[in-house]
Ligand binder design. Sequence first.
Ligand code: SF4
Length: 264
Amino acid sequence: MQGLVFDMHRFSVHDGPGIRTTIFLKGCPLRCRWCHNPESRREMPEEVERIYRLEDREIKVKEVLGRFMSPAEVLVEALKDRAFYEESGGGVTISGGEPLQQVAFLVEILSLLKAEGIHTAVDTSGFAPNVAFQQIALLTDLFLYDLKHMDTVKHQSLTGVRNDMVLHNLRYLVKQGRRVVVRYPMIPGMNDDEENLVAMKNLFMELSALNELHILPYHSIANGKYQRMELENMMVGVTEPTCDWVEKVATRFKNIGLNVKIGG
Ligand code: SF4
């Protein structure tokens, strides 16, 4: 068996506890307007042009993004930093794209990691059939779970898909007693209105075992990438939230007893 891997980051400290290797699988059924990795979405290798600057010169290099690997090859890469995981309480995070798009490959990788006693995390949009979550629930020590919008129609307009499956899978994981950290990409004017914040609060009140929230404030870092890839940038004119506003939103959630972190 082989799966399509988009990228790997070693020594990552934002994708779960401790020092981690993050493995990005390629392919995602969503089209979030603010996506920072549009090149991770297509389920095939693709050629992109990278621009490197050397003093006043621009060097353009064509690169192929995405390579097919076996689960055993992924494990070999992941094990290179085992000493750092052990020292720091870290492990391996599988991200995307949407990693559950390649669920059979994901199951194999997670099984190999668990057999080695390595802490596993899966970073997901939640948009996958419930049976896919059933397959990985016990192999995953931590879910980093996106909550983009509580209203399904708005969710669809912002991401291209409805949120019914996302909310269903979130409830499922919490009820199964799995550890879930909710990640809320906070996008001014799109999902930081009163109605959405209240709906999020109500969800946390309903799922009392869900007590960790990471707020990921929007930043416009990907704008140049959209230009280079000649993709429509749907975030033109959207500004980053002020620190003050992010703090106020964080305080609201802290006040209902959540452990809130700003940033990944
Ligand atoms: S789920 Fe992630 S990878 Fe997929 S479109 Fe949204 S931000 Fe991009």
